[in-house]
Design a binder for this molecule. Structure first.
Ligand SMILES: [Zn+2]
Length: 144
């Protein structure tokens, strides 16, 4: 279950445009350099839905080569692009936006990649070939 961030949303009249990787509401237009982690090499804006009420959310996914946790576990770098192609992306709990009583404790349906971006040096390149529909995630790929 993600934090509700009412301290932020209660001060802003308009609804968030999207949520970052941690479920934090964001009010700017999505851009790959606006993700929670500024050191990422890939970023995507993905449409998900609350598994209970179906409310749509736009959320960010990101990935970086220099991920310390992955490096310490000696796991190979798997690109976000590869996971999108293999239908292995899953946001987990939807943003805690009060969509329905049980929504924040439910899972989400990952629906569609709206934008996909890859960084080379300081330049971001959008790749529309990865902006595809996502099927239901398999139960063995529940990691967030
Ligand atoms: Zn809901």
């Amino acid at each position: 279950m993600l934090h509700h961030y009412n301290d932020i949303t209660s001060r802003i009249d308009s609804p968030p445009k999207w949520y970052d990787e941690n479920g934090v509401p964001r009010y700017c237009d999505f851009a790959p350099d606006q993700t929670a982690d500024i050191y990422v090499d890939e970023a995507a804006l993905v449409e998900i839905g609350c598994q209970n009420c179906g409310r749509e959310f736009l959320v960010a996914f990101s990935r970086k080569r220099a991920d310390l946790g992955r490096l310490m576990r000696n796991q190979p770098y798997v690109t976000l692009a590869a996971d999108i192609r293999a239908n292995r992306v899953h946001y987990g709990d939807p943003p805690n936006a009060g969509c329905c009583p049980s929504g924040p404790t439910m899972n989400c349906d990952d629906r569609r990649v709206i934008e996909y971006w890859r960084r080379d040096g300081f330049d971001w390149t959008r790749d529309p070939s990865l902006e595809i529909s996502l099927d239901e995630p398999s139960t063995s790929e529940e990691s967030c």
